[in-house]
Design a protein around this ligand. Structure first.
Ligand SMILES: [Zn+2]
Length: 220
């Protein structure tokens, strides 16, 4: 149900630090902040993780996005970038039919291994998608929940009643029992999981690190 770290445990974020996100405004629909905020609230409740939307940015997604930045006080892992992009932009593996793609980045430094940053890119060309959470297959809110689930460490499941199914079924957007169990396991109940120091990310690019990627095609 998730990737494993070098200890054989579910690979996850540090549950004792905020997970910071920024939204790229360019190409994002008017309801992007509302849907993203709602999705983050659902995931905060399900995981106990402190998911924080810091604000908006003009940064654009790219496959080789740097992992760290020096904010004047020292090196930091960069906030997760959430963006709407056209297929092919920035070298991101997003095809015409995908709803979105999640690119969490994990880093290991000795015994420390954790997700530290990442990108969630929704397909700006899928103008058929609707706002809110009314339908699992076609709603932006459902797509955000699913992709953010990947960002937090969940993989696909076969059961179409779960939002982490490769191709979620139709109907109102709710997390299934399996979704919730998975989110709890990678959440606060599992305790801290200190991330490597951000200095370890200098000079690294996500393109040189194997990481889960995700492709969502319109279901038949
Ligand atoms: Zn997926």
């Amino acid at each position: 149900m998730w990737g494993l770290d070098h200890r054989g445990a579910p690979l996850r974020w540090d549950a004792c630090e905020p997970i910071r996100l920024v939204l790229s405004e360019q190409g994002a629909p008017d309801h992007a902040v509302r849907d993203l905020t709602a999705a983050l609230m659902v995931l905060r409740d399900a995981t106990g993780l402190d998911l924080q939307l810091l604000g908006t940015t003009d940064e654009r997604p790219r496959v080789d996005r740097p992992l760290v930045e020096d904010d004047g006080t020292g090196w930091q892992w960069r906030p997760v970038l959430v963006a709407w992009a056209q297929p092919g932009e920035g070298g991101i593996a997003l095809t015409t039919l995908d709803r979105g793609v999640a690119l969490p980045v994990s880093v290991r430094d000795g015994e420390q291994e954790a997700y530290v940053t990442g990108q969630v890119v929704l397909n700006a060309a899928r103008t058929d998608l609707i706002d809110g959470f009314a339908d699992r297959r076609d709603a932006i809110g459902a797509t955000l929940l699913h992709e953010l689930g990947h960002l937090l460490g969940l993989a696909h499941v076969e059961d179409v009643s779960q939002l982490m199914s490769t191709d979620p079924g139709s109907g109102p957007v709710v997390l299934g029992a399996g979704d919730l169990a998975g989110l709890r396991a990678i959440g606060a109940q599992s305790g801290c999981n200190p991330a490597p120091p951000a200095e370890a990310g200098r000079g690294l690019s996500p393109g040189r690190h194997p990481r889960p990627t995700d492709h969502h095609r319109q279901g038949g």
